[in-house]
Design a protein around this ligand. Structure first.
Ligand code: ZN
Length: 96
């Protein structure tokens, strides 16, 4: 969470708190990824074995810019269902 931009971190905390109020615990599985980490993920299902996990190559993911986080609900102490990616659009007219 510390790797997110302050504005994004604030939104993520609010999101998690709202889910907690509804008795849904969220596990944050990923926040910032550098280009190298993004390229490694992008390779899965393409040049490396496995199922495709991302459509974004290095430099094309919100994760590369501290603007995205991935969460999965925790049910009975275990991650349940698929990981959801939350991306925050911070820029308007080219400004933060
Ligand atoms: Zn994501």
């Amino acid at each position: 969470m510390e790797d997110l931009l302050p504005k994004v971190k604030g939104m993520a905390e609010k999101h998690i708190a709202i889910c907690e109020e509804k008795k849904v615990d969220l596990l944050v599985t990923s926040t910032f990824r550098d280009f190298e980490a993004q390229a490694a993920l992008y390779a899965i299902g393409r040049t490396k074995p496995g199922h495709i996990v991302t459509n974004a190559d290095a430099g094309h993911s919100f994760h590369n810019y501290h603007c995205a986080y991935d969460v999965v609900p925790i049910v009975s102490g275990k991650p349940y269902g698929r990981i959801e990616c939350l991306m925050v659009h911070l820029y308007q007219n080219g400004k933060l």
